[in-house]
Design a protein around this ligand. Structure first.
Ligand SMILES: C[S@@+](CC[C@H](N)C(=O)[O-])C[C@H]1O[C@@H](n2cnc3c(N)ncnc32)[C@H](O)[C@@H]1O
Length: 359
């Protein structure tokens, strides 16, 4: 997508899918965190906030966050709830301020809720704007939804150091593939080092997996124990990668539940970036082949029980834990996998790769 220059622009299908996912996740995040962090308060930070709406849609990350923060399940805890929005384009920042004030009038906001819009660059302002509302006293959820090439690694690192905090980063590999020779400063800022430039010397097929793997490693080394990544592709073939970094396994499950509930967005396809065959599928009509290959690969290395296979699916693939049983059952039915022991519970059942048969 060409980067829009006007205040409002048209929302594309994968942005719509991202909004559905964000709403689903924040509908769990706000009430759970508000209950758990009553002492410190919680912060939603939107570093690339946008104008608050589109020419064809009234949804946006700031509007979704406000709507979720104002729910009674959140406000009933009386937890200090901070929403900090940063937007570089002055016209968009103004539009957002007016829109949020009109849609969520100050009189309707609970006393514990603080909302600020700041015009300026995310990397310049994130530290001080969060500090200004005492956001560094507690957990921060940072939505870093720029054009995919503009989230500085130091922001991710700082959020990772903050206990119980999470990031959702939009990442655009094509930019770094195309401009590995020219836009080196952008790459250095996003990756935090110059290794990414090796992409320039790699064969075409290896470029994208290399960059996605490197970015994922970067989130891990920043301190996010769990990193979930997936790709959304719209009808025009435009792709968008999202990286979710957290230190909590339940958060991964909640985020994935949201992902699998994204629906009704026409032509939206999903892809597991780590599937070597790069198969895409409609979430309503999923393709489980990459999960089958992953399970066969794991069992090729050693026996695994159901609990281990489910855990691997949760943390290392785009699939949910609940998808594993049906895939294993199918592989057993095809005599590609054997069940070795029944175990006291479902989770203890051990599986092994079946011996190859000729007939
Ligand atoms: C993809 S849009 C954000 C969409 C918004 N999060 C939503 O869900 O509706 C990216 C926004 O980031 C802004 N932007 C670009 N670079 C920025 C920077 N360095 N700091 C802050 N905002 C920036 C752009 O002006 C644009 O409005």
């Amino acid at each position: 997508m060409a980067v829009p220059t006007e205040v409002l622009w048209e929302r594309d299908p994968h942005t719509a899918a991202k909004h559905t996912l964000l709403r689903r996740y924040l509908s769990a995040w706000f009430p759970i965190m508000a209950k758990q962090f009553r002492d410190t308060g919680i912060t939603f930070f939107d570093g690339f906030a946008g104008p608050g709406e589109y020419t064809n849609a009234q949804e946006s990350s700031p509007a979704i966050a406000m709507e979720q923060a104002l729910r009674s399940e959140v406000s009933r805890w009386g937890t200090r709830t901070r929403l900090v929005f940063v937007e570089k384009h002055r016209g968009r920042a103004e539009h957002l301020t007016n829109l949020l004030d009109a849609r969520f009038p100050i009189t309707s906001r609970p006393s514990g809720l603080v909302m600020r819009v700041h015009p300026g660059r995310c990397s310049d302002l994130f530290g001080q704007t969060i500090a200004e509302v005492d956001g560094w006293d507690g957990p921060v959820f940072a939505n870093l939804d720029g054009w995919g090439v503009d989230t500085d690694y130091e922001i991710v690192q700082r959020i990772a150091r903050q206990q119980s905090s999470e990031v959702l980063v939009t990442f655009e590999d094509q930019f770094f593939i195309r401009f590995a020779n020219g836009e080196q400063q952008a790459g250095e800022r996003v990756f935090g080092h110059s290794d990414w430039r090796r992409v320039d010397r790699l064969p075409t097929a290896e470029k994208k997996p290399f960059l996605l793997g490197l970015y994922r490693e970067g989130l891990h080394s920043a301190g996010f124990v769990y990193v979930l990544t997936f790709e959304m592709i719209d009808e025009g073939g435009h792709s968008l990668h999202l990286f979710f970094g957290t230190t909590n396994k339940v958060a991964v499950e909640k985020f994935k539940d949201g992902l699998w509930e994204v629906d009704g967005v026409s032509g939206q396809k999903f892809r597991d970036p780590r599937d070597p065959n790069q198969m895409s599928f409609d979430i309503q009509n999923p393709n489980f082949t990459p999960l089958e290959s992953r399970i066969l690969d794991l069992l090729g290395r050693r026996d695994h029980n159901m609990a281990e296979l489910r855990e691997d699916a949760l943390l290392e693939t785009i699939y949910k834990k609940t998808h594993v049983k049906r895939v294993v059952d199918k592989l057993i039915g095809q005599s590609r996998v054997d069940k070795m022991s029944t175990g006291p519970s479902h989770a203890d059942r051990v599986f092994r790769l079946a011996d190859p048969k000729l007939f």
